[in-house]
Design a protein around this ligand. Sequence first.
Ligand code: PEP
Length: 262
Amino acid sequence: MRPVIIAANWKMNTTPADAGELARTIAGRTREADVVRVICPPSVCLAAVRDAVVGEGIGVGAQNVHHELAGAYTGEVSAPMLAGLATWVILGHSERRRDAGETDALIGRKLGRAVEAGLRPILCVGELLDEREAGRAVDVVRAQLAGALAGHDPDTLRAAGLVIAYEPVWAIGTGRTASGADASAMADAIRAALRDAGWGSAADDVPVLYGGSATSGNIAEFLAEPAIDGALVGGASLKPDEMAGMVGRAAITAAARRAADA
Ligand code: PEP
């Protein structure tokens, strides 16, 4: 049975002075059983969020790691530096692909560093609008997966709890979303790509999240799809009401899965 996960990507929002309070408020309003909750604040807010959610069962994640362990990389944060601060990490977010020029090969190196450091990776993939309109969405996502996962042992990644977030770039921060059916079809394509890459039936155990303007108002469409295991949420994750609504809906899916599994 795959978990149901709601992961908050706070992007470049909050400060160490206010992140803890926001995390505490969200924690207090999302205590439903069986939903995996993760908050990924800016790196300078990790300690505040970690301290705010002690005992709440919420995972804390970074939004990126460097592909080297240490050295002359001004302004960067390496995976070992996150020890004690984070247990999850977002990798390959489209904003980093766009703004920092991250390639699939580089993301693959980051993935290795994350796993070595014991961080649970959320690997983001997703197509641009023109790629979808040209009917190339699946090919693009397959290529992103192939590039990032090349050379990685499926068993190691599976043991690390690899999560894939399907985030169509045209849906991120735009108020536009994929349809549940399209997201589900992409989740199937992602697992098929993993199977083709040697994962075998282990591909079916990999959680696939949807990301792109998810809110409490539209999350049900995605969580109604058996292939979708939750959401990676940007803008709405900064609002406690929204988080409460999304986690509340996710708890319904989690309970249904548990009942079906019993
Ligand atoms: C994201 O940052 O991963 C994201 C999906 O953002 P938003 O929910 O704001 O579209």
